[in-house]
Design a protein around this ligand. Structure first.
Ligand code: PMP
Length: 308
């Protein structure tokens, strides 16, 4: 879906959305050399707050580190850019997209050692990623014939633009088969992640999720759900998950900043549990969305006001 806002923060200044353009010879366009984040700001009981902003910006700099990309702004400056992008666009709630990329730095795939990344931050209104009804009604998914990146090919812990070619293959194949989203197995054919979501199963009251080494992006929503689940007294186990355990789970849900927490109704046409949202998924959704209306105490300092 096309998105829009009045202003975009680009290399240190807020400028009209239409003016934030790059050259067609940009390195990132040819070779995938970008790192980015997806962050949400919520309209909370404490005003507009960005969820886990510090950790998202830390992950942006971690992704840049892996690719030896020099972002010529400090962590603090990027955080302020995110807040400014929300405030100056007069948004109460927003999806934020900071992106660092190699621009017009010359031909040749190996970047010069002194190359500096360009940095932009967009903030805009964006509704539920998997559709308005997905949070309650759930979605149907299929296991992809495409595996997720192997650890020694492209590192999935770095949120790099190029990784999303893998996600596009997975997601486009899923759509062609009539599924809302695709699930990828890792190079060992164990469950990895969705095209843009981490995965959780529930069986006999215990919550399972793949190890952070299963070719996944270690998601912040994943970490949030693990933290909330343990706080609610659930046992959460990180372990390798086989394809068939998706079919045999009592509940299955996906997590991500854009996706939030979405139940999965069926995998490869096989109903998961009752085929509708289960009680553990519902409890975790309530705990998660409760952070934003204050019904869940923010013990962890996850909400950062855009005005701080
Ligand atoms: N895996 C992939 C491939 C993703 O793109 C995302 C979304 N950023 C996630 C997992 C979930 O991560 P997070 O909860 O930090 O948004």
């Amino acid at each position: 879906a096309k998105v829009h806002a009045d202003l975009i923060w680009f290399n240190g200044e807020l400028m009209p959305w239409e003016n934030a353009t790059v050259h067609v010879m940009s390195h990132a366009l040819h070779y995938g050399s970008s790192v980015f984040e997806g962050i949400r700001a919520y309209n909370t009981h404490k005003g507009t707050c960005i969820f886990r902003l510090q950790e998202h910006i830390d992950r942006l700099f971690d992704s840049a580190k892996v690719y030896r990309m020099d972002i010529p702004f400090t962590n603090e400056e990027v955080k302020q850019a995110c807040k400014d992008a929300v405030v100056k666009n007069k948004l109460n709630a927003a999806y934020l997209r900071p992106l660092a990329f190699l621009g017009d730095i010359g031909m040749g795939l190996r970047p010069p050692l002194d190359a500096k990344a360009d940095l932009m931050v967009a903030a805009f209104g964006w509704e539920a990623y998997l559709g308005a009804d997905a949070i309650e009604g759930g979605v149907e998914v299929g296991v992809s014939s495409w595996n997720r990146l192997a650890p020694n090919t492209m590192p999935t812990a770095a949120k790099a633009g190029g990784n999303y070619l893998s996600s596009q293959l997975i997601s486009m194949e899923a759509a062609r088969h009539g599924y809302t989203e695709g699930i990828a197995l890792d190079v060992n054919n164990m469950v990895s992640e969705g095209a843009g979501q981490n995965l959780f199963l529930v069986r006999k009251g215990v919550i399972y999720t793949p190890f952070s080494t299963a070719s996944i992006l270690p998601g912040l929503t994943r970490d949030t759900v693990i933290t909330l689940a343990r706080d609610l007294g659930y046992e959460v186990r990180e372990e390798p998950i086989s394809r068939e355990s998706l079919y045999l789970a009592d509940e299955f849900f996906m997590t991500g900043t854009a996706t939030e927490i979405v139940p999965v109704k069926s995998v490869d046409g096989i109903a998961v549990g009752t085929g509708s949202r289960g009680p553990v998924t519902k409890a975790l959704q309530e705990a998660f969305f409760g952070i934003f209306d204050g019904s869940t105490e923010d013990k962890w300092g996850w909400l950062e006001s855009v005005n701080d």
